[in-house]
Design a protein around this ligand. Structure first.
Ligand code: BGC
Length: 692
């Protein structure tokens, strides 16, 4: 490679003309990023699309449409690596057909704060569940001979002040939680690239952190792929020596550091010269490994939207969580004569989360509500609903019933309809977006009052939640049933109706704790939330603005682990999910690093559940960790013996630069969820320590 060729792959542009002056090269594909190729050497250009939940619509500039999967939380609620693989493979195939060969996917940040605006893009609060599922999704994407990222490395726990918030955390806590999720995800998914994060970690930016990039990722984990920056996350040229290999979306940074500046520095400084060789080696090795050169993605490929929609539908069906079902209120009886459907734009579609991950179906959104604002990122601020109307799907499954719709804007009208109906189904939505967190867990726009009034008027009230995050349910006790449908994706309306009418037996289990109140959380308010203006760009209001998020409060006890440590009772615990049948898990046996148990379907319908094995105490001290899980699908009366293998890192401490398991008694239990645990089983384990 010539000196000029060596700084071709090291930086790239935004390939969307969203501000004047951005010129998109002729061979780029409209999408988040573009890195030119090197024709003389047969190196293809990198054409990058956001793809957390589908091939992104890039502010509506692309008009071709793609298949939206349900949110990350919804997919994770399946606890089913296969469904994540299929979703990834589907997105990858659509991306290929549009000419993309690098997908900005693989969101693996732990949902450390359930009010984080990007919670819907991520998978869970647990490192094992997140790592296994994200690894599977990445394998699915890369099965198309394209590269996927895993992102945002690391500890990107909130959107408030996202480019300067400093995540403060001890090394041991980080290694046992957020970093472990990435470590498992990278091992299982082998992503070609890791996208480093906007935020600061213990004083260094994610994309400029020698500790995260050089030491943890490349040395300890022996990661051979390349690190690309998040868009506008590169503070200086020094980031190269601190482990960054590629500057992405360079127009958003203070300067294009990784072109002429890098070349000049490499000509005079041997450390930079060596680093530049390593950067190219890493990027090229992944281009070749995933055959970007020999099996190139080409625009105008065929997309089978019907088949891909079926993948989105299956993911939504497996991710819907039945939270409450009094006296078998669900599934709905075919005999209901009058059904009132209220609120949530259920006559038009299902809610979608927003930001760079936003996907649009072919034909565009069913509803789009621009929220205004100015600046280049205002285009992202739109509440959109995918055109998959629950109302239509409900009518299709209740052909004999009179199904009436009210938008819920007038409580008296909704109440009147509920009173004269056999059943009232209230759709409640809470939008969330990249760039902005939630203040609290309430439903916006008076929906809590609407639900309370409707449930008061008709005790046979079913609530369908379409939310990106956990929410409060002050009306819970008055309702007959509640389902959490999350942001259910491009076929979400049908998935919801299929669950309501029992065409599908719900099997989702919460991948995140629903707190009973914010006071139960390590931080009752997101740091900086009430002091800073929401700002998608995430820049500090003044150069010296400082903001810390102290993750040492909970350390590695994220989510249910924190709840267990503090004996908090959740509104709905991690792992919770009901079914139209019943299950019994029993016979837990632990031997070394594996466990077996039996799951039986004790009810009268086919259904799936998730066997969950928790560590509950170690060497005499309480310590809760999800140690293994398995989704099991059973006919009525059938049972299955399941074996799970423990990853010893889940049970261990990070100490003195490695993992260590203390000698002593280890107590495990099967759990219906993280709070409802079965008979404890204790085994002795010998002391052990090892390096990654
Ligand atoms: C997001 C990334 C995304 C990138 C490119 C950033 O704002 O944090 O997740 O991949 O933009 O669109």
């Amino acid at each position: 490679m010539s000196a000029d060729e060596r700084v071709v792959l090291t930086h790239g542009i935004i390939a969307v003309p969203f501000v004047p002056g951005i010129v998109v090269p002729a061979d780029a594909v409209l999408g988040a990023g573009y890195v030119p190729g090197i024709a003389r050497l047969g190196v293809p250009a990198l054409r990058e699309s956001d793809a957390s939940l589908g091939v992104a619509y890039v502010m509506g500039i692309r008009k071709d449409g793609s298949t939206p999967l349900p949110s990350g939380l919804a997919q994770a609620a399946s606890w089913n690596p296969d469904i994540l693989f299929k979703g990834g493979a589907m997105i990858g195939s659509e991306a290929r057909a549009k000419g993309f060969n690098v997908l900005l996917a693989g969101g693996a940040n732990l949902t450390r704060d359930p009010r984080n605006g990007r919670t819907f893009e991520y998978l869970s609060e647990d490192p094992l569940l997140t790592g296994v599922l994200v690894g599977s999704a990445i394998r699915g994407i890369q099965s198309n001979d394209i590269i996927s990222t895993i992102k945002h490395f690391a500890l990107n726990g909130q959107e408030t002040g996202r480019k300067f918030v400093n995540s403060v955390i001890s090394e041991s806590a980080a290694r046992e939680s957020d970093l472990l999720a990435f470590q498992i995800g990278i091992e299982q998914g082998q992503p070609g690239s890791v996208m480093c994060s906007y935020n600061v970690v213990n004083g260094a930016h994610g994309c400029d952190s020698d500790w995260l990039l050089n030491k943890v990722l490349k040395r300890d984990w022996r990661y051979k792929g390349f690190v690309m920056s998040d868009w506008g996350a590169v503070p200086s040229l020094d980031a190269a020596l601190n482990g960054l290999d590629q500057q992405s979306g360079e127009q958003l940074d203070p300067k294009v550091f990784f072109a002429k500046d890098l070349q000049a520095k490499a000509a005079s400084d041997p450390a930079y010269a060596a680093k530049l060789v390593d950067m190219n080696t890493r990027i090229l090795s992944q281009i070749f490994k995933y055959h970007l050169d020999t099996n190139p993605a080409k625009p105008s490929g065929a997309i089978d939207f019907a088949a891909n929609g079926a993948v989105a539908l299956a993911a939504a069906e497996q991710g819907i969580v039945l939270l409450r079902n009094q006296n078998g209120a669900l599934p709905l009886a075919a005999s209901a004569k009058r059904i009132a459907v209220i609120g949530g734009f259920a006559n038009s579609g299902v809610m979608s989360g927003a930001g760079s991950s936003q996907v649009q179906l072919p034909g565009g959104p069913a509803v789009s509500i621009p929220l205004g604002g100015d600046g280049p990122f205002a285009a992202f601020m739109q509440i959109q609903y995918h055109a998959s109307a629950p109302l239509k799907a409900i009518k299709a499954l209740a052909p004999e019933a009179q199904v009436i719709y009210r938008d819920g804007s007038t409580i008296a009208d909704a109440v009147a309809q509920a009173k004269t109906s056999d059943v009232a189904i209230v759709f409640a939505t809470k939008w969330s977006t990249e760039g902005q967190d939630s203040a609290d867990f309430s439903l916006p726009n008076g929906q809590d009052a609407l639900i309370a009034a409707v449930a008061e008027a008709n005790p046979n009230t079913i609530v369908v939640l379409e939310t990106g995050n956990p929410v409060d349910m002050p009306w819970l006790g008055k309702t007959a049933a509640v389902i959490e449908a999350w942001f259910p994706g491009g076929r979400g309306g049908e998935a919801i109706a299929n669950v309501l009418f029992g065409k599908v037996n719900p099997s989702g289990h919460l991948p995140i704790t629903f707190p009973a109140s914010a006071a139960q959380l390590p931080r009752s308010v997101i740091d900086g939330y009430f002091d800073l203006e929401p700002n998608f760009a995430g820049d500090p209001p003044t150069p010296d603005t400082k903001l810390d998020a102290n993750y040492n409060i909970e350390g590695s006890d994220v989510g249910y682990r924190w709840f267990a440590r503090n004996l908090h009772k959740a509104l709905f615990p991690f792992g919770f999910g009901l079914s139209y049948t019943t299950f019994a898990s029993s016979g837990l046996k632990v031997s070394g690093m594996s466990a077996s148990f039996t799951v039986q379907n004790t009810g009268s319908r086919q259904g799936a559940t998730v066997g969950q094995v928790y560590l509950v105490s170690r060497a005499g001290a309480p310590k809760q960790r999800l140690a293994g899980f398995a989704r099991v699908d059973l006919q009525p009366g059938a049972s299955q013996t399941v074996k799970v293998t423990f990853d010893p890192r889940i049970l261990a401490d990070w100490k003195d630069g490695g993992w260590s398991l203390p000698a002593g008694a280890y107590t495990f239990a099967l759990g219906d969820d993280a709070e409802h645990l079965g008979t404890p089983v204790t085994v002795r384990m010998a002391a052990r320590s090892w390096k990654d």
